[in-house]
Design a protein around this ligand. Structure first.
Ligand code: PGA
Length: 253
């Protein structure tokens, strides 16, 4: 059975104190709830990763980074390397987020390099892919998804520890969620690509998350789709009530 993942991507939000308070409340909540097959991940700003992994230690919470450098070490002011993340016990890392692609000019080739570095450091990548509104309206969503997959996974062996997040860019932070059917169609397409390019067992075991305005009101109908294995949640992960509610709904699903 595939793992179900609820991951919060906080982006550039929250102070040190707010982070600490949220994570303490969240770990208290996770102690009380029957999680079944679910993994809960928080990706806070990098500055708080050490505090976050300390709080998550011995708790039912996993911590992820929002980014990693394409370089392994050296004179790259402001960058954070894979070995730095590993040395703070970070277990997951988001790569290929559309905001990194758009505002920081990240390419599929760079995301491919980041994926390799994460695998070398034994950190589980959460690989984001997704089309723009214009691409959807032009009817080329599957073509875009295929080229993202081909370039990001070039020369990559999947050893079981990879997560993919389908995030239609037009749904991120816009309040416009893809319908469960729209999301399912692309999730199924991604799984088929994995079957064709890797193997049926890799495709069957790899969690594919949906991201883009997921919230307590729509998470259930998304999770009911056979190929949607959880969510990568931005806005709604910043509020402890909303995020806990989404975990509760997922655990009951
Ligand atoms: P959102 O963000 O839930 O606020 O739309 C999702 C994401 O960017 O991962």
């Amino acid at each position: 059975m595939r793992k179900i993942i609820i991951a919060g991507n906080w982006k550039m939000n929250k102070t040190f104190r707010e982070t600490e308070e949220f994570l303490l409340d969240l770990t208290d909540f996770l102690d009380e709830v029957e999680l079944n097959n679910i993994e809960v991940i928080i990706c806070p700003p990098a500055l708080y990763l050490e505090m976050a992994t300390d709080i998550a230690f011995e708790n039912k919470l996993f911590i992820g980074s929002q980014n990693i450098s394409v370089h392994e070490f050296g004179a790259f002011t402001g960058e954070i390397s894979g070995s730095m993340l590993k040395s703070m016990d970070v277990e997951f890392c988001i790569i290929g987020h559309s905001e990194r692609r758009k505002y920081f000019n990240e390419t599929n080739k760079m995301i491919n390099t980041k994926l390799m570095i994460l695998q070398r450091n034994k950190i589980i990548p959460i690989v984001c892919i997704g089309e723009t509104l214009e691409e959807r309206e032009m009817g080329i969503t599957k073509k875009i998804i295929t080229s993202q997959l081909e370039e990001v996974f070039k020369d990559i062996k999947i050893n079981g520890n990879v997560v993919i997040a389908y995030e239609p860019i037009w749904a991120i932070g816009t309040g416009k969620t893809a319908t469960p059917q729209q999301a399912q169609e692309i999730h199924k397409f991604i799984r088929k690509w994995l079957t064709d390019n890797y193997s049926k067992s890799i495709a069957e075991n790899l969690p594919i998350l949906y991201g883009g305005s997921a919230k307590p009101q729509n998470i259930k109908s998304l999770l009911e789709q056979p190929d949607i294995d959880g969510g990568l949640i931005g806005g709604a992960s910043l509020d402890i009530e909303e995020f806990s509610e989404m975990i509760e709904i997922t655990a009951k699903n």
